[in-house]
Ligand binder design. Structure first.
Ligand SMILES: *Cc1c(COP(=O)(O)O)cnc(C)c1O
Length: 427
């Protein structure tokens, strides 16, 4: 075993981390292991995990039932191609997903990551319109401050400014953007709030295959919670303009907002839905695009008679087993009770931040707590402060936010919010 300094120097010199420069002087911490809600660093420090490894590790790390199910699956097969072959983990997972997602969704497409699931959703919408005799409908309407992933298709519907679309001009498809809904979660959506979307659909609707949006929670594009009524009206407008509605539930799916899927807050049903992140309980990458029967039958009956996508590791049996086990664990647990408990704890623990000079807004929804500052966070300073305080929190921009594993105890939640209060007050 090489010593830690040597390992870290290889990391610094040769590995890209997400959205980072290799030559950056930002610290990167070496994790030795993770159990429950704690990350154990090689320095010996233990950190309470406020991030659930980006929304995904909802049951905690190193979960005995997850480990056992995966070990069992390994004994029969780790992988087998999905072209012309099938297996029980994929079939069982499909049955489970169809039983918990909104009723009209009845076909699933498996892929490796959220971004690809979004690209797949966009291709489905285009192929559907083409097969229906509307080949001109190739564009997408999306909300500003949205985030849908990093592949070219997904990136084209992310916020054009934070997504640096100008850098990729000419290569990236040009989509149509609507301003971010300003009506907050819990509020009504007025005519003025919905007008930008309404006008955009009236003007561009007939060139568009779909409206794509994150339901209720805009995640990585700004951690913003908007009115369920806006989503309801968006569904109605899509119907009026014959535009499909793609809901990206990759961050919100599997209980995070207090409903199993965030679209349930608005009793809205999408034509196409993407899930990922918490799908496998954070064990392995897997994502799913679900579509209605109408969409898959029309695609099947159109040109070229097949859906044009098929990843090498499609429906990997280990990933399907992880997903199936994670969903069972979730449904067997009192996840709603846990989310309520986390919500109360975050509301109480973060409320004092509202009165701090440097804070612009504090918002909590389900298992998500956000403190929005007036200024950009100095990552080089703040992350080590969190680590010294024994918590793992990774801010971006002006946002310091947490979405803990659902199993976190109230004491650990208190430690997380205390660290946020103390460190934010000293910014
Ligand atoms: C994370 C995320 C994605 C992209 O998923 P990856 O697995 O990182 O490709 C897409 N949409 C939303 C809403 C996300 O939060």
């Amino acid at each position: 075993m090489q010593d830690l300094e040597e390992l870290l120097s290889i990391d610094r010199n040769s590995i890209w981390h997400p959205y980072s420069a290799m030559s950056s002087d930002l610290p990167v911490y070496h994790v030795e292991s993770a159990h429950g809600v704690r990350l154990k660093l090689s320095s010996g420090q233990e950190l309470i995990d406020g991030m659930s490894s980006w929304w995904s590790v909802i049951h905690g790390y190193n979960h005995p039932q997850m480990n056992q199910a995966l070990e069992q699956q390994l004994k029969s097969m780790g992988h087998v191609m999905f072209g012309g072959l099938t297996h029980t983990p994929a079939i069982e997972l499909t049955k489970k997903l169809l039983s918990i997602t909104p009723e009209p969704l009845n076909a699933v497409f498996y892929s490796d990551s959220g971004s690809v699931a979004v690209d797949v959703a966009m291709k489905m919408a285009i192929q559907y319109c083409h097969a229906k005799g509307e080949p001109k409908r190739k564009r997408f309407i999306s909300l500003r401050s949205g985030y849908h992933g990093d592949t070219f298709g997904a990136m084209s519907v992310c916020d054009p400014d934070t997504g640096m679309h100008s850098l990729f001009a000419g290569v990236l498809p040009e989509q149509i953007f609507v301003e971010q809904p300003r009506c907050r979660f819990g509020e009504q959506c007025t005519d003025k709030d919905i007008a930008p979307l309404k006008n955009t659909l009236a003007e561009y609707g007939n060139q568009c295959a779909a409206l794509i949006m994150e339901p209720i929670v805009q995640g990585a594009g700004g951690m913003w919670f908007y009115s369920a009524d806006y989503l309801k009206q968006a569904r109605q407008l899509c119907n009026e303009h014959d535009v499909l509605l793609i809901l990206d539930e990759i961050a919100t799916g599997f209980g995070r907002t207090g409903k199993l899927f965030a679209c349930e807050h608005a009793q809205v049903v999408p034509d196409i839905m993407c899930v990922g992140k918490a799908l496998t309980g954070g064990y392995i990458s897997l994502a799913v695009t679900l579509a209605t029967k109408e969409i898959h039958t029309i695609i099947d009956n159109g040109e070229p008679g097949v859906f044009m996508h098929g990843p090498t590791f499609m429906a990997n049996p280990l990933a399907c087993t992880a997903a199936l086990t994670s969903i069972s664990l979730l449904l067997e647990s009192d996840w709603q009770g846990n989310i309520n408990r986390i919500q109360q704890s975050l509301e109480k623990g973060l409320a004092p931040c509202r009165n701090m000079e440097q804070v612009n807004d504090v918002r909590v929804l389900g298992g998500i707590g956000v403190v929005e500052l007036k200024q950009q966070v100095d990552m080089k300073r703040i992350v080590p402060q969190f680590v010294d305080a024994g918590v793992w929190i990774r801010p971006f921009g002006k946002l310091i936010y947490i979405m803990p594993p659902y199993v976190m105890t109230s004491d650990d939640l208190d430690s997380l919010t205390r660290a946020m209060r103390v460190i934010i007050s000293k910014i």
